[in-house]
Design a protein around this ligand. Sequence first.
Ligand code: PLP
Length: 474
Amino acid sequence: MNAVLTPRAESGNRTTQQWQAADAAHFLHPFTDFKALARKGSRVITRAEDIYLWDSEGKKILDAMSGLWCVNVGYGQRALIDAATRQLETLPFYNAFFQTATPPAIELAELLAEVSPPQFQHVFFSGSGSEGNDTIVRMVRRYWDILGQPERQVIISRKNAYHGSTMAGASLGGMAGMHAQGGLPIPGIVHIDQPYWFENAAAGVSRDEFGLVAARWLEARILEIGADKVAAFIGEPVQGAGGVIVPPATYWPEIQRICDQYGILLVSDEVITGFGRTGHWFGCETMGTRPDLMTFAKGVTSGYIPLGGVMVGDRVANVLIEQGGEFNHGYTYSGHPVACAVALANIKLVRELGLVQRVHDDVGPYLAQAFAQLAEHPLVGEAQTCGLMGALLLVKDKTGRGDRGTPFASDLEVGMICRGHCFANGLIMRAVGDRMIIAPPLVITRGQIDEMVALIRRCLDLTLADVRARGLDR
Ligand SMILES: Cc1ncc(COP(=O)(O)O)c(C=O)c1O
């Protein structure tokens, strides 16, 4: 029987104030100061098309963050909508626990193996990136158990990494603010410093020299713990939520060497960098590593519906399959047929539109050029891009600290001032400290990049005027 919708549930026509009041009364938002937001009121996003959003006031906004790093094919793609509708009508759900499978899950597993680097022939599905990283922790520890080395428990990650918000995801992540709430990290997870040249390099050290130094922090930590106790190293090819920190070109190859030398599993968290974002199907291909495991989510469905998982390389898969017996782990929504149907349509569309190549050959280099010009702005100390991810670091003066520039004091929150101007000027750009970051949909055109960059420039000018008027540059 069809449910009868009440007028309240149907209404799309409340005023912004009515939406905000109901939101403040009932909806606890992620990573939010609930009380402060209730006082201010949420911005209510009501529809979207291509790379643009509209809010409940009818204002058009250029979404330079692809939702939350996920809407790679842009909004309103008919192929994804139809795939979901068809699958909902045919089989909205069945699980994969009881020696059962559904056609979309099987087909997606096959297609993921095809687009992933050759060592990946198997996939374990989850509902999100965080769950995928929980699976990573269970799987790498299980792998070493099966091999008779149960003391190999420690997973090494990096400060300022983001690997999700569940207990394991937040523990793998290196966000001090998250660790401070709830007694994290869980045992057996440790963090080394990140390859962030601007903050962590000693004076006079070039980016490439620093890449090697930063990678060798891993080696030092392995030797300190004892290689026979270390299970894996996990990293995002480009740290995303940490501020789009593109590592020096020397960093990842040296990490690979170290993992190989000590026999440690290498895990590439591709939740942001997967499915074309960096100009290859996966960020590990851009960085030149051969990971044993890859976490994915977001871009697998372009965010149209939740789905995540872990690509399991042959080294691990062969042990789990041949010697492991039952793996006591899984989620109700592992291989959800509707999510898998949408992912299939999404990946096929990425292929049809040639988006990965386009990021690599066309819009990626075009964005890099535009960001190189923005680097000339008096407020910008560093401009970095990798494919269609980019960051502008706002600095107090471009010439301090040798060739690096002097940062603003963090309590001035200059990044938040800039974000405020972006919000007011119809641009979604995120602030991570004073790093202003973007990751626009991969379908963005050159013309739209020009439009985005003009908006960014205007917001930088407005921020600079504010900074000067308030004397924050002194
Ligand atoms: C690199 C990385 N890993 C994991 C996650 C967690 O994914 P989810 O929010 O789907 O749980 C994120 C989310 O932004 C991420 O950026």
